[in-house]
Structures are given as C-alpha cells and as structure tokens.
Design a protein. Structure first.
Length: 293
C-alpha cells in the first residue's frame, strides 16, 4: 500500500535523509487550502506507487532555502504554487519548452545528477480538460481569454497549439494584453486589448483567468459575447458556481465548467513526470467534486 504522509515538519537544521518511500511536496504561501496532497494521494493509491506527498508552507523570502532543505532530506520533486512560480523558474537548472514559454514553473523534478528540471503543466492541464474531458474542439474556433497575468502566460502556448482561428486576450490594462499577445504571435493568431476591445467580438469559448472571482465579481463583458453554441471556462474552482459561471448561465452559454478538471489534469502531468505513469483523472475528479444537494 502507498505510504501517504502529510505530517513531516520542515526542520531547517535537519539534513536527515528520508528513506523507505519517495517523498514529494507542494510548496506555497499560503498552502493550507491546497488539494494537491489529496490528489496525489489518490493518484498513488490508484497506480500502486510507494510515495509520500505533503504540503509545505515556505516563508515568503525562503522559497529556495525550503527547496534546498527538502532536497537534502531526500525529496524527489515539488509542485509549486503562488507566489513562488517565478522563483521556481529562476531556481531550475533546466527548463522544458513549456516552462520557458510560460516564464514560470509549477513542477520541479530532482534529476539523477541532482539538478532541478523545471516544468509548467498548467496549460497542458487546461487543454486536456477542455479537449478530453469536456469534448471541446478548439481547432478553427474563436477563443477569448480574460486576464493577462501569469496564469494566462502559462496556458497560451498549449491553447495556440490546438490551432484556433483566433485567440484574443482582453485585460483591464490593455497594454499588458497587447504585450502578451505580441510575445506569442509566432505561435498563432493572437491579439490583445482592453476590455472594451471585446465589443463586436463573438467567441466559441471564453476562458476566465482574472482574479475578479476572488471577490465574487466578473469583469464587465458584452451581453452578446458568446456564439450561440459558445461555452465558458473558469480557471478558478469552488464548491459552488463561481461568479463567472453564473454570468455564463445568464448569458446563454451552451456549457460551462470551472477549473477543477484543470487542477487534476495538471497534477497528473506532474505525477507522470515524477513517476513515469499517468494516472486516470476521472475517478479523482469525481472524488473531489462535492455532491450537490
């Protein structure tokens, strides 16, 4: 049976190497809300992997120290969440193409020679959830992405690899969206602008990657933004419909989904990188999704 421990304290002065099982962790600040220990615990049980996975709270100024300490204790890999994804990017000795494009790392693997490989699985998680789980065809479709922060940068390359007809980035600060679009023009038809640039556009898919949902809000959007069969995807997830998903229902979306599937799929990408086996994600999503009354 897999050994799944979440009770190992981070001891800055301890260099005792862990034995018996392979150890992994998710590192963030805050970290108490993370579903990653449960997700990877379910993956390990499903695939028969002898591993332990825990959540580690790193000091805001102590990410590298935390990683180095855990490596000294024998840890083999890490998931990285806010606010450390850029620091993980800088810490990695080698970067995958996806991580380099994203400018951020959410997965670190300790390689056989002791160096750190940096990967970004966010975009792959999003595209897999859309195309495999939700059966959304992105090729030749008009896509709109709301927001221009690090979350968007991390998903643009995988989205453009699906060959949409157009991908438009809309953000409160137009210049940020325009610059982001310019950074990815070599990968496909991508444009950017302010929220006012959405007037007159119609989308087969609108992806919300803004932080407005943290305040239970939605950016100001045109009422007729969606094609008749258009859908909405919120990269945030919650136990109840997010503000953006409520907007989608009120504006005739043919379908809508939150980011739980993306969360599980990006975790599966990390798990496969570390363990060499890709777990089944549907049972894990079903386990995590609360039963609605």
């Amino acid at each position: 049976m897999p050994c799944l421990r979440q009770d190992l304290p981070l001891l800055a002065t301890s260099h005792l190497r862990l034995a018996t099982v392979d150890h992994y962790a998710v590192i963030g600040h805050p970290i108490g809300h993370s579903k990653s220990p449960r997700i990877h615990g379910l993956f390990a049980g499903q695939t028969g992997q002898d591993m332990a996975y825990e959540a580690v709270l790193a000091p805001l100024e102590g990410f590298e120290t935390t990683v180095r300490e855990l490596i000294a204790r024998g840890y083999r890999g890490f998931n990285v969440t806010v606010p450390f994804k850029h620091e993980a990017f800088e810490l990695a000795d080698t970067l995958t193409d996806r991580a380099r494009r994203a400018g951020a790392v959410n997965t670190l693997k300790v390689q056989a020679n002791g160096t750190l490989l940096g990967e970004n699985t966010d975009g792959a998680g999003l595209v897999t959830d859309l195309t495999r789980n939700l059966k959304v065809d992105l090729q030749g479709r008009d896509l709109i992405v709301l927001g221009a922060g690090g979350a968007v940068r991390g998903v643009l390359a995988p989205l453009l690899a699906e060959r949409p007809a157009r991908l438009h980035i809309a953000n409160r600060t137009a210049a940020r969206a325009q610059q982001l679009a310019q950074d990815f023009t070599d990968l496909g038809p991508v444009t950017g602008g302010g929220l006012d640039s959405l007037e007159g556009l119609r989308a087969h898919l609108v992806i919300n990657a803004t932080s407005a949902g943290l305040n239970d809000e939605v950016p100001p959007l045109p009422d007729n933004l969606l094609h008749p069969q258009g859908g909405c995807y919120d990269m945030m997830y919650a136990d109840h419909p997010t503000a953006f998903l409520r907007w989608s229902a009120a504006h005739g979306a043919a379908w809508a989904a939150d980011g739980l599937g993306m969360l599980v799929e990006q975790a599966a990408e990390s798990f496969a990188l570390w363990r060499g086996v890709r777990p089944e994600t549907r049972p894990v999503m079903d386990e995590l999704r609360p039963v609605q009354p």
